[in-house]
Design a binder for this molecule. Structure first.
Ligand SMILES: O=C(O)CCC(=O)C(=O)O
Ligand SMILES: [Fe+2]
Length: 273
């Protein structure tokens, strides 16, 4: 059987995979793709709003002109080293997002609702510490030319080892990404590839002597590329290796992303960005 994404509506997905997140963990399917989760015209309208509010700009014409990703929201990875600043930044993001989408359907709400529909037996919450302090709810990420992600996996538990944070105390970690805008390029540019290959300590040892790309080639590891149109949303097990080839051309790739953690024996799913 080929390793192919599950593309359907939520009811059909639940009929195929009663526990969709565990199906991702077990590699039964590389991704769950919900086409048209958000209106493409609203994607365009939000991009316009981000530009008007100067939240979105071309980093090549700003500061030192070096290409870098434009984030609208709080990145846990960038802020976790300083807990006070991280939670303060997250609070600002909650405030910003409470008015940013006025006049349109709230895309963050849509992503949370779709996730909740896929896990009817669990409660989906923005991640929080025991004292109630919140993480960022979600993040918009705009990738201009030359920006993407090389092969990597994401796990606060296994990679970042941030055990001082609640989100490290779950068994499995995932990501969900809603496409707002694609680059112009018709090739690989900005189109994520997922590998049927979770990180393990053993793999880590193997990779000490080689690159992930060579390892994947040598072992003929299954891979799929996910093609998204504005409004499409995909979910994947972020402990599998994955990559996003660098954007080519002038039109940036823009997405709304969340990370989330789940344990089969916990009622709550914690979402952050
Ligand atoms: O944008 C995507 O499709 C995936 C992003 C990703 O892998 C990450 O942010 O760690
Ligand atoms: Fe990732």
């Amino acid at each position: 059987m080929t390793w192919s994404p599950t593309e359907a509506d939520v009811d059909e997905i639940l009929a195929l995979h009663p526990q969709p997140l565990m199906a991702l963990v077990h590699g039964e399917t590389p991704a769950i793709v919900l086409r048209g989760a958000y209106e493409p015209v609203d994607c365009e309208a939000l991009m316009k709003r981000f530009r008007e509010r100067e939240l979105l700009y071309d980093p090549r014409h700003n500061g030192d002109g070096r290409p870098r990703r434009v984030d609208i929201g709080t990145s846990f990875g960038s802020h976790r080293a300083d807990r006070e600043k991280f939670h303060a930044h997250s609070t600002q993001t909650h405030e910003l997002f409470s008015t940013l989408f006025e006049g349109y359907v709230d895309p963050v709400k849509v992503v949370y609702e779709k996730l909740a529909a896929l896990v009817p037996d669990k409660t989906v919450l923005t991640a929080r510490e025991k004292d109630g302090r919140l993480y960022g709810p979600a993040i918009f990420r705009i990738y201009h030319e030359d920006l993407g992600h090389g092969p990597h996996y994401d796990s606060v538990r296994k990679r970042s080892k941030s055990f001082e944070y609640e989100v490290a105390h779950f068994d499995h970690q995932f990501a969900a990404v809603l496409c707002l805008q694609n680059s112009d390029d018709v090739g690989d540019s900005g189109e994520p590839t997922l590998y049927n290959c979770p990180w393990t300590p053993r793999l880590q040892q193997t990779l000490e002597g080689t690159t992930f790309a060579d390892h994947a080639e040598a072992h003929a590891i299954e891979r799929v590329q996910i093609h998204l149109e504005p409004g499409d949303l995909y979910f994947f097990f972020s402990e599998n290796y994955h990559e996003v080839p660098a954007v080519c051309g002038d039109r940036p790739r823009a997405v709304l992303a969340i990370f989330f953690a789940m344990s089969p024996d916990r009622d709550e799913i914690y979402v952050w960005s």
